[in-house]
Design a protein around this ligand. Structure first.
Ligand SMILES: [Zn+2]
Length: 272
């Protein structure tokens, strides 16, 4: 599943070809994604792209004739291709630009989302976006903010980090890795963490996401950056996917447990 860094890398990649360009045609596939693709997406024909933003794992594309919300789901990715390139199975949506280049949405499992938002509507009021918690890389996501949010939770710290009402886009990989870096056992209750621990955790989350973005994201199955290059951050993962292997700090075998139907990887010795 593409995580926040992959989405940010994708956004930056497609931004280079979309920004200030006019959409000359739109391809809308017949298969439905998480929702059917609206025929109103055709209203983007003739529109100029004015701005791109990322909110959690959503990419928001602003144009002169409304905006577009894209979520990559489990297997979605956006690629940049010459518009004349023949489409293949699972190509579901495409923006064709005045430059002769296209941004194409490909998604084998079709859990993604492509939504058209009318010109006078605010895409951030779209239900899936309106409920999102703080952005982890914004300065207003601080130790104090996360600490206050954790006091209202009964879950484990690992599950809270993956709850998009608490913080968006941390995801399984970065939840496991940031807890390892901070030395916090993933099964601890939210309210057992001190403000000092939470402040260090927040700093580690920001550091991990920033370096993952800088190295092009994590390589996960069929994720490809918008230009087709694979991310290299997977080489930096210390616990995620390393069950049974020795901890890089103390040599204790990394343990895998299941929390909320998701695998958690941690070092039982380093993480208290
Ligand atoms: Zn260890």
């Amino acid at each position: 599943m593409p995580e926040l860094p992959e989405v940010e890398v994708t956004k930056r990649g497609v931004e280079q070809v979309l920004l200030n360009h006019t959409i000359v045609d739109v391809f809308i596939g017949e298969k439905k994604l998480r929702q059917p693709l609206s025929p109103r997406l055709r209203e983007l024909v003739g529109a100029k792209v004015t701005r791109l933003e990322r909110r959690g794992k959503y990419i928001v594309i602003f144009t002169t004739h409304g905006s577009l919300i894209i979520h990559l789901g489990m297997t979605g990715h956006l690629s940049i291709v010459p518009s004349a390139t023949e489409r293949v199975l699972h190509d579901h949506f495409e923006l064709m630009l005045d430059s002769g280049t296209s941004v194409r949405y490909h998604d084998a499992r079709r859990f993604g989302l492509v939504v058209y938002i009318e010109p006078d509507a605010d895409p951030y009021q779209y239900p899936a976006l309106a409920v999102l918690g703080p952005e982890p890389l914004k300065p207003d996501f601080t130790g104090e903010v996360l600490y206050a949010a954790l006091q209202k939770r009964n879950s484990s710290i690992k599950q809270a980090l993956m709850n998009s009402a608490v913080v968006v886009g941390v995801g399984n990989i970065y939840a496991c890795e940031s807890l390892f870096l901070t030395g916090i056992n993933p099964e601890r209750s939210c309210r057992s963490l001190s403000l000092e621990e939470v402040t260090t955790l927040v700093a580690n989350i920001k550091e991990l996401l920033t370096s993952s973005i800088a190295s092009g994201g994590t390589t996960i199955r069929d994720f490809e950056g918008a230009d087709g290059k694979l991310g290299y951050f997977v080489q930096n993962l210390k616990v995620y996917g390393h069950a049974g292997e020795p901890c890089s700090v103390c040599g204790t075998p990394i343990k895998r447990i299941v929390q909320g139907n998701r695998s958690t990887f941690f070092c039982p010795k380093c993480q208290k």
